[in-house]
Design a binder for this molecule. Structure first.
Ligand code: SF4
Length: 684
C-alpha cells in the first residue's frame, strides 16, 4: 500500500534511498525450500508487482527468501547517526547500530518516498543505564525482557529509549539490535545505543568499514555528552538502571511481552497458573534473534546435548533472519549442530512469528511454545488462541526444547542422557559476534534498480483481486458539505482494527476496493448496539453491514460523516483505516478525541478530522440526522468549524467542532490529499 500510494505522487523516482523486502507472506509448513516455493506460487502477482514497481521507481528489491527486513537492514543499511523509517514496528531494531530507526504506517512512508517531510510528536527520552557485564546463560534478550517488565507494554509510548552507561559496550551490535527490536513491545517511538567498538566490528564484518572512519570522526555526535553520563537525571524524563552482572535469564509470557519473571520463578508459576507444562515446540531466530552470535550459542547447547545422545524433546524450528546468516551457519556448522538434535530450518522469512505457521495439529488445543521472537499476543504464531507463547533468549529456548518442559531450568536442572545418566548443560560459551572467516553472502537475491526505470512496466493485472492501482482522490470542490447522513456513531474503544479489521482481510491489503468491504466491521455502533452494522438512512433499509451502506451512499454521490468516541483510531498505524473511509465517501470523521497517528492519516487522505468542542455533543447526534459542515472556504488554523444538525422532527441546532489542521494540512484538504498537494506544488 505504501508503493501504491507513492505511485499517486506522479514522481518518477523515490526521493530518498528506499528498499522493499518480502518477508511476511511466506508460510511455514514443511521447511525452507518447499515453503518458499509455495509462497512464490501463491503470491506471485504480489511479488511481481513489488519487483516491477521497485525497478520502475528506483527502489532496491530484496526477493522472497533473502531475509527478514530488520536483519537485512542491520546487515546493509543501518549505520550510526542515520535516521530510518520503515513500514513495520520492529524497524527500531536498527538502534543496535546507532540508527534512529522508527516504525511508521505506509502513508508516512509514501510521503517520505515522495519527498514530503516526516512529522512525529517530539518524544520524551527514557534513559536506560546499563552497568556490569553479562555472563553464563544471561543474554541481551534478558535486558529487554526485564525492561518490558519494568516499564510495561505502554511504558515507552511517545518516548525514545536511549541506552547509556559502561554496560553498553559489553554487548555486541547484534545483541544491541535484539534489545532495540523489542522497544516496539514497550510502544517506544524508537531506541538507540551509543556508537562503540562493537558497532565498528559489525560494520567492518558487513563490508562497511569505510563508515567506521566517519563514525570515529563524528563520535562526539554519536555518544552521550559526558555530563549526561554524570548527571542523567537532568537530561532524561525517566531513568531505569539494569546491572547486567546480576541479571538473571528471564522468560516472558504468555500473551503479553511484559508478563516476565526470572527463569528460577517459572516452574512454580506453571503449577500455580496451570500453564501447559509440556513445551510443544521451541522456535529460535526471526528478525529479533538470529545473529551469528545467537546461532553459535544455540549450537553450543545443541552440541552438548548431541554429545550425550540427547535430542530435543519438543519440536525445534529455526528461522534464519537473512540468507547471509543462513549460508554462514550452514558453512560454519551451527545449522548441522541444530539439525542433529532434531531442528528444522525454515525459510529466511517471518513465518511463525506473524501467524504464517501452518499447524493444523495444534488447532483448538492448549499448548505451550517457547520462542526467541518478540510478540506473543494470542493467536500471533499459529492462529490458535490456545497456544501460549513464552519468549526467552534463543539459547534458553533451545535448552527448554531439550528439557521439553516449561518447568525445566537449565541453570539448576539436569537432563538425562542416552545411558540414563544425569548431566547438566553448561552455559553456552562466549560466541564470536561475527564469523571469524567472514560472512558467506549465500545466494544473491537483491535486485538493483536501473538508473532510469521509466520504461519498466509496473505489473498490476486489472482483474486482480489482491492488487489495485490507486487513482488520486478528487480535490475538494469548494462547497460546504450539505445535509450529509451519519453513517455510524461508534461507542467505546474504536481502534484502527475496529475500523479496518485484519485477519482474513490482510490478503487484500494491496486492493483497497476489496479490502474496504471490512470498513467499520469491528466497530460498535451506538445506534444499533451491534458491531459492524447500521441502517441505510436513504432507503430506510433495516440493519445491514456498514460498508454496504457506505457503498450505497457513494453510488449516489452522497458524502457522509462518521461519529467516534474517545481516542478514536488508537492501535496500529494502519493507513487502511483512513483510506477505506476516503474511498467509500467520507467527508469528515467527528469524534470526542483522536489517536494522534490516525488523525494525521485522515488529514493526509484529505479528510476532515474534527472533535466536539463540548464532548457531550456526541449525545446530540441522532441516527437519522443530517449534518452540514459550513464555512469550509474560510477553514483556518485554530478556528472552529460549525456543524448544523437537522433532526428528523424538523428542529435544528448548531455545534462547534475543533480541528488541528495547520496551513499546509488545510492545503491537503483542498487538494484532496497530501499527495495531490505535493503534486500541485511540483507542477506549479
Ligand atoms: Fe515482524 Fe516477526 Fe517478521 Fe520480525 S520476524 S519483521 S517481528 S513478523
Amino acid at each position: 500500500m505504501a508503493i501504491l500510494q507513492f505511485m499517486q505522487s506522479g514522481r518518477d523516482r523515490v526521493a530518498v534511498p528506499t528498499t522493499v523486502h518480502c518477508d511476511h507472506l511466506v508460510q511455514a509448513r514443511v521447511g525452507a525450500d518447499s515453503d518458499l516455493q509455495d509462497a512464490l506460487n501463491e503470491s506471485n502477482e504480489v511479488y511481481q508487482f513489488l519487483e516491477s514497481s521497485s525497478r520502475r521507481y528506483g527502489m532496491g528489491f530484496w526477493r522472497p527468501g533473502s531475509g527478514i527486513i530488520h536483519q537485512v537492514v542491520l546487515e546493509k543499511y543501518a549505520f550510526p547517526g542515520s535516521l530510518i523509517i520503515g513500514t513495520d514496528s520492529h524497524t527500531v531494531n536498527g538502534g543496535g547500530l546507532g540508527s534512529l530507526a522508527i516504525g511508521v504506517g505506509g502513508a508516512d512512508a509514501a510521503d517520505v518516498m515522495a519527498g514530503l517531510p516526516w512529522e512525529v510528536r517530539y518524544p520524551r527520552i527514557i534513559g536506560v543505564k546499563l552497568t556490569g557485564s553479562m555472563s553464563g546463560w544471561t543474554a541481551p534478550k534478558d535486558v529487554i525482557i526485564k525492561l518490558a517488565y519494568e516499564l510495561t507494554v505502554s511504558g515507552g509510548t511517545n518516548a525514545i529509549i536511549e541506552y547509556f552507561g559502561p554496560g553498553t559496550a559489553s554487548i555486541s551490535a547484534t545483541g544491541k539490535g535484539t534489545i532495540c527490536n523489542m522497544g516496539a513491545e514497550l510502544g517506544a517511538t524508537g531506541d538507540v545505543f551509543p556508537y562503540d567498538e562493537r558497532m565498528a566490528t559489525y560494520l567492518r564484518a558487513t563490508g562497511r568499514g569505510d563508515l567506521v572512519a566517519i563514525a570515529e570522526e563524528y563520535v562526539h555526535l554519536l555518544q552521550s555528552d559526558p555530563e549526561v553520563e554524570q548527571q542523567p537525571e537532568q537530561f532524561y524524563d525517566q531513568i531505569v538502571e539494569i546491572d547486567l552482572s546480576t541479571l538473571e535469564p528471564h522468560v516472558t509470557g504468555p500473551h503479553s511481552p511484559d508478563r516476565a519473571r526470572p527463569i528460577s520463578e517459572l516452574a512454580a508459576e506453571v503449577q500455580r497458573e496451570g500453564f501447559p507444562e509440556r513445551v510443544s515446540v521451541a522456535l529460535v531466530g526471526s528478525c529479533t534473534n538470529s545473529s551469528y552470535e545467537d546461532m553459535e550459542r544455540c549450537a553450543d547447547v545443541a552440541r552438548q546435548a548431541a554429545a550425550r545422545g540427547v535430542s530435543a524433546a519438543s519440536g525445534l524450528l529455526v528461522t534464519p533472519g537473512s540468507e547471509q546468516v543462513r549460508a554462514t551457519i550452514e558453512r560454519d556448522g551451527q545449522q548441522a549442530a541444530l539439525e542433529a538434535i532434531g531442528a528444522t530450518v525454515l525459510a529466511n522469512a517471518c513465518g511463525p512469528c506473524i501467524g504464517q505457521w501452518n499447524r493444523p495439529e495444534a488447532r483448538g488445543t492448549e499448548n505451550s511454545i517457547v520462542t526467541s521472537y518478540n510478540r506473543n499476543f494470542p493467536s500471533r504464531n499459529d492462529g490458535n488462541a490456545g497456544t501460549m507463547n513464552f519468549i526467552a533468549s534463543p539459547e534458553l529456548a533451545v535448552a527448554m526444547g531439550l528439557g521439553g518442559s516449561l518447568a525445566f531450568n537449565p541453570l539448576t536442572d539436569p537432563l538425562v542422557d542416552a545411558n540414563g545418566n544425569e548431566f547438566m548443560l553448561q552455559p553456552p560459551t562466549a560466541a564470536p559476534e561475527v564469523p571469524p572467516t567472514g560472512f558467506d553472502p549465500g545466494v544473491d537475491m537483491y535486485v538493483e534498480p536501473p538508473e532510469d526505470g521509466s520504461d519498466v512496466d509496473v505489473r498490476v493485472d486489472p482483474s486482480s483481486n489482491r492488487l489495485q492501482v490507486l487513482d488520486p482522490w478528487a480535490p475538494w470542490d469548494g462547497n460546504d458539505f450539505e445535509d450529509v447522513p451519519i453513517l455510524v456513531k461508534t461507542e467505546g474503544k474504536t481502534t484502527t482494527d475496529s475500523i479496518s479489521p485484519a485477519g482474513p482481510w490482510l490478503r487484500f491489503r494491496g486492493h483497497l476496493n476489496n479490502l474496504s468491504d471490512n470498513m467499520f466491521l469491528g466497530a460498535n455502533n451506538a445506534y444499533t448496539d451491534e458491531t459492524g452494522t447500521g441502517k441505510n438512512q436513504l432507503s430506510g433499509e433495516e440493519i445491514m453491514p456498514i460498508p454496504e451502506i457506505a457503498r450505497a451512499y457513494s453510488a449516489q454521490g452522497i458524502r457522509w460523516v462518521a461519529i467516534g468516541d474517545e481516542n478514536y483510531g488508537e492501535g496500529s498505524s494502519r493507513e487502511h483505516a483512513a483510506l477505506s473511509p476516503r474511498m467509500l465517501g467520507a467527508a469528515a470523521i467527528i469524534t470526542r478525541s483522536f489517536a494522534r497517528i490516525h488523525e494525521s492519516n485522515l488529514k493526509k487522505q484529505g479528510l476532515l478530522p474534527l472533535t466536539f468542542e463540548d464532548p457531550s455533543d456526541w449525545d446530540r447526534i441522532l441516527e437519522d440526522d443530517r449534518m452540514s459542515l459550513v464555512g469550509l472556504s474560510d477553514l483556518t488554523p485554530g478556528q472552529p468549524v460549525q456543524a448544523v444538525l437537522k433532526h428528523a422532527d424538523g428542529s435544528e441546532e448548531t455545534l462547534n467542532l475543533r480541528h488541528t489542521l495547520n496551513d499546509p494540512q488545510i492545503a491537503w484538504f483542498r487538494a484532496g490529499s497530501a499527495m495531490n498537494h505535493m503534486k500541485n506544488l511540483e507542477g506549479a
